[in-house]
Each structure stands twice: as structure tokens, then as C-alpha cells.
Design a binder for this molecule. Structure first.
Ligand SMILES: Nc1ncnc2c1ncn2[C@@H]1O[C@H](COP(=O)(O)OP(=O)(O)OP(=O)(O)O)[C@@H](O)[C@H]1O
Length: 264
């Protein structure tokens, strides 16, 4: 489903600002895997997500999606395989367009579906049914401009837009971090629901260790451009925050830099 093979990315190579952002990353996600990604600031998490979505190309290594080598496929050509939700609720939607128009764009992105431009009745019913799942009453506001929605509502819509065409890979990039706790919980629950319903293969970056433990069937920890710990399906149900901190200390020989956000 997703395979990263020996991925290395060096920024500003050969200059005093040289930075090895990813150092020989190997990762394999089976269909339906939901992998949470934790790691300190600058560990390489966003760089890895950008490598998968095609924003960046690796210096060394290959990216495979659905058995295809997509390493050199540009972002716009990869978008039909990938749904992505960012930290900023403003990033995933077009504020001056209506909810319906935003959904129509997301729907059209997956070109494997038949696309007739515009929104016909059948499509509108499909959008309404999808929106009902959010339990935010957005199904009755199809013609409302997205710019008028709250941050939580926009993030819920972004999540729906990223998932309802069933992408091969769903990338969640700290997508609850900018929300207040009750909205973050709503989006977390919605994430669980949509991923399960659509059986999506998912990679989620979070700074919240409890969220990383609670969601998904696998967990990886990154540090200094490397995956330093992989927790598999059998180990994850019993995992605790102290376990993760102890593992970091064992591997790196130093205490993990933590703050309240990281501890959730
Ligand atoms: N375009 C770039 N040019 C130069 N250096 C970069 C660039 N993008 C990332 N880096 C560096 O690469 C390293 C990894 O960055 P990355 O954003 O992937 O980390 P991260 O794990 O997502 O961190 P955070 O949790 O703080 O968002 C960092 O040291 C960062 O400064």
C-alpha cells in the first residue's frame, strides 16, 4: 500500500546550513494500517509526509504507493492517491466557495470516478449523506461559504473531503493541534470513525503522545531524521507514555525533551 525505501533527504547539502532531515527511512504500511508518528521538533516528520505526498523528492530512495513507484510523480499527479489534512483548518478548504463547491472539488480530484462538472441531484444527495456523518448539521448548509464556518467545522469538512473518495493513503499532519480541547476531541473521534468506515491506510503525525497511543494499530517514533522505534500491532494496546519515554532514553541515552503538549 505504502512503502518508503531507504529515503534520505538533505537540505542545503554542502553548505554550512546542511541538514539531514531524513536519514535512510524504511517504512511499510499494509492496507488498513493506521500508523501514528511522534517525535521531537525537527525529527523529520513533516519532511516524511511531504515526501509521500510529492511536495518533496528524495535525494536517495523510493516511494511506492499501491505497488507503483511514484518517487518522481509530481504532487498534482499523486493527489488522486492521497488525502491530506493539515494543522491549519484554513489550509484544506477554499473559504470563498460554498460547502457544496468545496466537496465537488474534492470529489473531482479522484479522477477514477466519473466526473461531470457541476453538482447534480444525485451528487448533492451523496454530499448530504456524507455530511450527516459529521453530526454538525452542515448537510443543511450546503450553500454556506466555508469562510463562515468555525475552525472545528472547517477541520471536520477538510477531513471529510480528504476521506470520502477513499484515497490509498490518508496523511494527517497534526490535524487536531490548532483546535481547542473539545473540538480536538470531536475531530479525533471523527478521524477514528472515518478511517474505520472507509478502511483507510493512514499515517498521522501528532505531538500528543496520548492521542498517538489511543489511535491506530501501529506507532513509530522519529528522531534526528530516523525512525528510532516501531511499535507493532501486538505491542500497541499495552503501550503507555512512560513506556515511550523509557524507550527513547534507552535508545538515545538521554531524556526525551517533553512539554505539556507532547504529553497530551
Ligand atoms: N525546506 C527546508 N530547508 C532547510 N531545512 C529544512 C527544510 N525543511 C525542513 N528542514 C529542516 O529539516 C529538519 C526536519 O524538519 P521537519 O519539518 O521535517 O521536522 P518535524 O519533525 O516535522 O518538526 P516539527 O515537529 O517541529 O514540525 C529540521 O531541522 C528542519 O529545520
Amino acid at each position: 500500500m505504502l512503502k518508503l525505501e531507504g529515503i534520505t533527504k538533505i537540505f542545503n547539502e554542502g553548505t554550512p546550513d546542511e541538514k539531514v532531515a531524513l536519514n535512510h527511512i524504511n517504512l511499510h504500511l499494509k492496507p488498513g494500517d493506521f500508523v501514528t508518528v511522534i517525535g521531537s521538533n525537527g525529527a523529520g516528520k513533516s519532511t516524511m509526509m511531504n515526501m509521500i505526498s510529492g511536495v518533496l523528492t528524495p535525494d536517495v530512495g523510493k516511494v511506492w504507493i499501491d505497488g507503483k513507484d511514484v518517487t518522481n510523480l509530481p504532487e498534482y499527479k499523486r493527489s488522486r492517491y492521497i488525502g491530506r489534512v493539515f494543522q491549519d483548518p484554513m489550509a484544506g478548504t477554499a473559504p470563498s466557495m460554498t460547502i457544496e463547491e468545496n466537496l465537488a472539488i474534492a470529489y473531482a480530484r479522484n479522477s477514477s470516478r466519473t466526473l461531470r462538472l457541476g453538482v447534480n441531484r444525485e451528487r448533492r444527495d451523496f454530499f448530504r449523506t456524507a455530511l450527516e456523518k459529521l453530526h454538525l448539521n452542515l448537510e443543511n448548509r450546503l450553500n454556506a461559504k466555508v469562510g463562515l464556518l468555525s475552525g472545528g467545522e472547517r477541520q471536520a469538512l477538510s477531513l471529510l473531503m480528504a476521506t470520502f473518495t477513499k484515497p490509498s493513503i490518508l496523511l494527517l499532519d497534526e490535524h487536531t493541534a490548532a483546535l481547542d480541547p473539545s473540538r480536538a476531541e470531536l475531530i479525533t473521534n471523527l478521524t477514528k470513525q472515518l478511517v474505520e468506515e472507509n478502511q483507510l491506510t493512514t499515517l498521522m503525525v501528532t505531538h500528543n503522545m496520548q492521542q498517538a497511543i489511543d489511535l491506530g494499530n501501529r506507532l513509530i517514533m522519529m528522531d534526528k531524521g530516523q525512525i528510532i522505534l516501531e511499535v507493532n500491532e501486538d505491542q500497541k494496546p499495552n503501550l503507555t507514555i512512560p513506556d515511550l519515554m523509557a524507550e527513547f532514553e534507552r535508545i538515545r541515552g538521554e531524556k526525551m525533551a517533553t512539554d505539556r503538549t507532547l504529553l497530551g
